[in-house]
Design a protein around this ligand. Sequence first.
Ligand code: PLP
Length: 373
Amino acid sequence: MSVQSQNHRDAWFAPFFKELLASVKPVFGTTAATPFIFPGTGTGGWEAALSNTLSPGDRVVTFRYGMFSHLWIDMMQRLGLEVEVVEGRWGDGAYEDKLADLLEKDTSKGIKAVCVVHNETATGVTSDIGRIRETLDAASHPALLMVDGVSSVGALPFKFDDWRVDVAVTGSQKALSLPTGLGIVAASDKALDARSSAKLKRVYFSFDDMLKTNKNGGVPYTPILPLLHGLKASLGLLNAEGLDNVFARHHRLAEGTRAAVAAWGLKLLCREPRWQSDTLTVVEVPEGLDSQKIVDTAFAKYNLSLGLGLAEVQGKVFRIGHLGNMDELMLAGALGGVEMTLRDVGLPIELGSGVGAALKVWQEGTPVIPTRE
Ligand code: PLP
């Protein structure tokens, strides 16, 4: 990323950018979708998804089960959409049965979009987008399927084409292990067609402006070149590892972390095994203990950055992130830090218990690095 300032209007840029656009498709699990790389963040990606496909007053169904699904709902409402929110326990995923009920009642097919946060980073829950698609299909419902993949794309299997997702969104700072600053979006042909009737205003996040310029390898405004170079390198690393190996690594890291949590005698916020996230683990703290104290102590004493409990689960949980450029040994260190912190705040944790449980999972399950066999 540390390259001398360059002019994106010089001849090198178009082939570089065209290749970069093509190379983001595999992390979304698509060959068919059109990719967009916006300077921005995941939130900008949300706005691009909604504003390019919908009109004020359009009915949208979505789920609230954490801070990020909540914030996307807030955006939908502020953009003037009519949002039907399925409220869920913070720690649960998208309820397919409740969606089925709403779709069945919608005999006039008035619902224009179903929006789902794939991996809720506030709660450590991964919803089942395949089953959401099956639910839409079972109701023969034509609503667009929009998915927030901010903390899943590039770390968890994401099957844009198989699930027939219409718009998926991610950001540079999660599984892609880059600094913040890119909102990366994939759109289906159906989503692109929706532009012609979509009346929401869009300027900076306009698909049209992007498409007009991207087709010749150009961009409508100044791109963040260091991040584009970083994205090329990051995708190169993921490809070199092999996406299936990347997904398997994230699963192993999560399994080790879950084993550690169980050994500490603590509980995951996500109770339902099918929804437990492989990119972060969210741990409930015993009644009477403020999880803020854990986060503050870990940072102050061990220089370990844990995630806070947000909004509804503030004080009740802490979050261990394990996505992106992360391996077993790095995470073993982090789990060691958590373990010492838990004792610091007064929990009767036996040192080595959680780390030992994680190491057992990894010692047994970690394959030889492919290039070193
Ligand atoms: N969606 C999810 C699942 C997130 O975790 C985040 C941020 O952490 C966002 C959306 C918002 O993305 P950003 O902060 O990049 O705008």
